[in-house]
Design a binder for this molecule. Structure first.
Ligand code: FAD
Length: 429
């Protein structure tokens, strides 16, 4: 065989998995049809967080009593900076793979049979094949020529009026950022609330803040058509049309398998996802699937984790995934983070009681800790500044079977936002 492992797709899961194999002296082929690093690094997590960071910093100063400021945004310049920042990350990962001996081929990879992949008309054999082809945005029939995540994150002018179709996490993150950068924002959601996929009290914090920021939230609203002339005309069932210069479509993502040839191989599917077992093996023993294409949650760190587990199994170590304490983050205002599951009991403490948050002029949100009757921590939901930076504390507590007393008695530095976790772990008598 030419290789120990051949990757179809160099997204978050693919390159991370490849690196683990390479560090363990395996021969690796990576096939990528677009950009090294996939959606997360090039068009998703990284550019969206850069934009959110910019908008939050501007908004922070604007909101601070006693501060007045004037500023000008040159989005073209910012985009140049963003691209160079991304290249630093993607280029670094690619160079590291190459330096460890990987072969990287750009082109669309297909699987011919269980040990053969093809790219650019050539065939290569591998003991194992890993499918990491990711996901793409859902497109709605008849609604064309709108912006998706890639286009909106490459924008060179802040929209004057932005309509966002879909109130899931991507739409809400983008809506918050562009509102803080000065756009008039409309969010249209079919369900009865925004962020329908997350716990209601967490979502309500974001809803309240968006309304404070004068974002127009339209729930129970169905978009009938979007017509583009010089501007966009968005028609909504039972409501007035909205005319806007930019329309972002963010109604979800679906796994991507086009061109991989997996239909011919008879690999079992689970709906649109490639079905895998806990080892991340597909129905064909030596073919693995990782990341977005292999099931929810569609998150970069889940893709990394899948990739690590697949690599471990390829190296002969019997390793399985356990998503029980998977952290989820929505980079909104307040920032939402949750992990684990609900328990029999919970404690809740408001952000208002957190001195560090107050130094940041942040008062909205709460810390909620779930636990069982015997005090074992089962999960948490946090709406607080930088909650993404400390939610893993609870993931680790769940993984380790720690109790609320363990958490409360762990000394937390003062003042930090994470102190809220210690406070919420205090026993109620
Ligand atoms: P991808 O990153 O999608 O990579 C798949 C790769 O496969 C692509 O490079 C593609 O070109 C390539 N490919 C596909 N078919 C072939 C083929 N036949 N041959 C060769 N190559 C092929 N997740 C988070 O955890 N945190 C966040 O903050 C976050 N923010 C996001 C913001 C936005 C706007 C978006 C859109 C997504 C965000 N995500 C976030 C989700 C995250 O981007 C994905 O979960 C992650 O990229 C999945 O990684 P992956 O390896 O499964 O696939």
């Amino acid at each position: 065989m030419d290789y120990d492992a051949a990757f179809i797709g160099a997204g978050a899961g693919g390159y991370y998995s490849a690196l683990h194999l390479l560090k363990n002296k395996k021969k690796v082929l990576i096939i990528e049809k677009e950009k090294f690093g996939g959606e997360c690094l090039n068009y998703g997590c990284i550019p969206s967080k850069a934009l959110i960071e910019l908008s939050e910093n501007i908004n922070y100063l604007q909101d601070m009593p006693g501060i007045s400021m004037q500023y000008k945004i040159d989005m073209k310049e910012w985009q140049k900076w963003k691209e160079s920042m991304i290249s630093r990350i993607t280029g670094g990962a690619e160079k590291l793979c190459l330096s460890l001996g990987a072969r990287i081929i750009y082109g669309t990879g297909s699987i011919k049979d269980k040990n053969t992949v093809t790219v650019n008309g050539n065939e290569y054999t591998a003991e194992n094949i890993i499918i990491d082809t990711g996901s793409v945005p859902v497109k709605v029939k008849g609604i064309d020529d709108v912006y998706y995540n890639r286009e909106i994150l490459a924008i060179e002018k802040i929209p004057k009026k932005l309509v966002i179709i879909g109130g899931g996490y991507i739409g809400i993150e983008m809506g918050t950022a562009f509102r803080k950068l000065g756009s008039e924002v409309y969010i249209i959601e079919m369900k009865d609330r925004i962020l329908p996929e997350i716990e209601e009290d967490l979502a309500n914090e974001v809803d309240r803040k968006l309304r404070k920021l004068d974002v127009h939230i339209m729930t129970n609203s169905k978009v009938l058509s979007v017509k583009k002339d010089n501007t966009y005309n968005v028609s909504i069932e039972g409501k007035d049309d909205i005319v806007a210069d930019t329309v972002l479509m963010s109604v979800g993502r679906i796994p991507y398998i086009e061109g991989t040839g997996i239909e011919k191989l008879g690999i079992e599917m689970d709906g649109r996802f490639i079905k895998t077992d806990l080892h991340k093996k597909t129905s064909i023993e030596n073919i693995y699937a990782i990341g977005d294409v292999s099931g929810a949650p569609m998150l970069a760190h889940k893709a990394f984790y899948d990739g690590y587990v697949a690599a471990e199994n390829i190296m002969g170590n019997d390793t399985i995934v356990d998503y029980r304490a998977m952290p989820f983050v929505v980079y909104t205002d307040p920032e939402i983070a949750f992990t684990g599951k609900t328990g029999n009991k919970y404690n809740k403490v408001p952000v208002m009681a957190n001195p560090r948050a107050l130094t940041m002029n942040q008062k909205d949100g709460f810390f909620k800790l779930y636990y069982d009757d015997d005090g074992t921590i089962t999960g948490a939901g946090v709406a607080a500044p930088r909650s993404s930076e400390f939610i893993t504390e609870i993931s680790m507590a769940v993984e380790a079977g720690l109790s609320i007393d363990d958490l409360f008695l762990t000394v937390h530095p003062h003042p930090t936002v994470s102190e809220g976790l210690k406070d919420v772990a205090e026993r109620k008598n």
